[in-house]
Design a protein around this ligand. Structure first.
Ligand code: BES
Ligand code: MN
Ligand code: ZN
Length: 507
């Protein structure tokens, strides 16, 4: 299977004097201080830009903008003046979001090309900021439209931007900085494509074969069959997939960019339920279609591995994803069944809709046994309850390690993929004790996200630093943002890429 990345806009950096057409985007700082390019366009248009700003009440505030259409005296069809506020105060994801917001304002009807003159009035814009701006624009450019039949030519809205040129003082430095960001872009969009793909197309086998394509980028990929998993004793994962016609798989992705000196790998584990009907504990029909996105954790792991490989990250990382379809059938697991996980722990299945934790149990145990990782981070669209607690703003963070938690929370603030830590503890752990087996797979109505996390922790060795991210509210059906309008957000790729850059890479 080809590795395809949805990315139609070509982006390049050019020097400020390069020739132009289409849209021009120029900037002003707070107090209406125009950048040199804005001043230049204002002069060429005999003051139209200043006049337009005045009429619109534009003061250069961050996020504000003024549009001038069909201006005289320049070769642009449109001039977009964008406020920067105080660019020296920009932090975290501000440049990415600005890039996304600017990209969102350009339709392509103005011409095939948009030229962004990325300069402020007084403040310096660093090459990294320029690269972030470009990443934001490219992230916003994503759409999942492979199943839309062709729009008619009469529909002028069908026009899309072909080329985005970012004019920046030092295009070579910006292009160099953008190299890593392009890898991240490809990783995020790879994850988004997987999340958006319907489950009749994206079976566990199809997911595994798309992951296999990462070998081209330098990732070593192994896919386990049901027979192999059976031999390994993965009774928890297999119990979930057994009701489906589509056989289960586990995919293992290794990126060895850290070499010998890099030591033991960091492990990233993902829930890959390609569709979650709930099984015999069948879900109600309303909104069930969203359960095609119940593989958002696995999608993030795959996207992250691609990003690490493409930017040649100096880290050893292993990704493990459990790929299953949770279906009701004559062969499906029943409530009350007892199964044995690879770790030897026996599990009483109370609710077949609490399937993600069963899949992760065997993935988590396998990765610790086989790779002795220095840390394990898992991602899963695990519980509806995490949305009750945190909405769609923060993902839930559960961890046995304060340092890892702090690092993750900081990476969340840097990237805008925010985390909020929730508790673990013995009183929550007791909720999953079973009368007939070692543990049961649900802990009752209250604290549902926490008892799910406690279940996972039963498969974590005491000295393994571990974090679980419950991304049910952030991986799919996300609110429209400056950098994403698609249903699948690709949540977690930028977050974990940032964590690895900041703390796990050799310098
Ligand atoms: N995949 C769901 C969680 C989910 C719900 C993700 C909505 C995204 C949006 C998970 O497998 C599930 O069904 N969880 C149950 C657990 C319960 C049966 C203990 C839930 O949250 O209701
Ligand atoms: Mn479920
Ligand atoms: Zn699920």
């Amino acid at each position: 299977m080809e590795l395809t990345l949805t990315n139609s806009t070509t982006l390049s950096f050019a020097s400020p004097s390069a020739a132009a057409d289409g849209t021009a985007v120029v900037f002003a700082e707070e107090g209406n201080r125009f950048s040199p390019a804005a001043q230049n366009l204002d002069k060429k248009t005999k003051g139209v830009l200043r006049d337009a700003a005045k009429i619109a009440g534009f003061k250069g505030k961050k996020g504000a903008s003024v549009d001038v259409l069909a201006p005289q005296g320049v070769k642009f069809a449109r001039i977009l003046l964008v406020g920067l506020g105080k660019p020296k105060d920009f932090a975290n994801d501000d440049w990415i979001n600005l890039g996304g917001a600017v990209r969102g304002k350009i339709t392509g009807r103005e011409g095939d090309t948009a030229h962004v003159y990325l300069e402020a009035a007084r403040d310096e814009i660093s090459p990294e900021a320029a690269a972030d701006f470009a990443l934001g624009a490219q992230l916003r450019n994503y759409s999942f439209d492979k199943y839309k039949s062709k729009k008619s030519d009469k529909d002028s809205d069908a026009k899309t931007l072909k080329k985005l040129v970012v004019h920046y003082d030092d295009p070579r430095a910006a292009t160099r900085a953008y190299g890593s960001e392009r890898a991240v872009l490809n990783g995020v969009n790879f994850a988004r494509d997987l999340v958006n793909e319907p489950a009749n197309v994206l079976s566990p086998a199809e997911f595994a074969s798309r992951v296999k394509a990462l070998t081209k980028a330098g990732v070593q990929v192994t896919v386990l069959s049901e027979a192999q998993m059976k031999r390994l004793g993965m009774g928890a994962l297999l119990a979930i997939g057994q009701g489906s016609e589509n056989p289960s798989h586990m995919a293992i992705m290794q990126w060895k960019g850290g070499g010998q000196k890099g030591g033991d790998p960091i492990a990233i584990v993902g829930k890959g339920v390609t569709f979650d009907t709930g099984g015999i504990s069948l879900k109600p029909p309303g909104g069930m279609e969203d359960m095609k996105g119940d593989m958002g954790g696995a999608a993030c792991v795959a996207g992250l591995m691609l990003a690490l490989a493409e930017r040649k990250a100096k880290v050893n990382a292993v990704g493990v994803i459990g790929l299953v379809e949770n279906m009701p059938s004559g062969n499906a697991t029943r409530p009350g069944d007892v199964v044995e996980a690879m770790s030897g722990t026996t599990v009483e299945v109370i609710n077949t809709d609490a399937e993600g934790r069963m899949v992760l149990a065997d993935c988590l145990w396998y990765v610790q046994e086989k790779y002795k990782p220095k840390a394990v981070i898992n991602l899963a669209t695990l519980t509806g309850a995490v949305m009750v607690a945190l909405g769609k703003v923060h993902a839930g963070l559960f961890s046995n390690n304060d340092e890892l938690s702090e690092e993750l929370i900081a990476a969340g603030l840097e990237t805008g993929e925010k985390l909020w830590r929730l508790p673990l503890g013995p009183k929550y752990d007791k909720l999953i004790d079973s009368k007939v087996a070692d543990i049961k797979n649900t802990g009752g109505r209250w604290g549902g996200s926490i008892s799910a996390a406690q279940f996972l922790q039963r498969f974590i060795k005491p000295d393994t630093p571990w974090a679980h991210l419950d991304i049910a509210g952030t991986a799919m059906g996300s609110e429209a943002s400056d950098i994403n309008r698609s249903w699948g957000s690709g949540f977690g790729v930028r977050l974990l890429d940032r964590l690895i850059r900041d703390h796990y890479e050799r310098r």
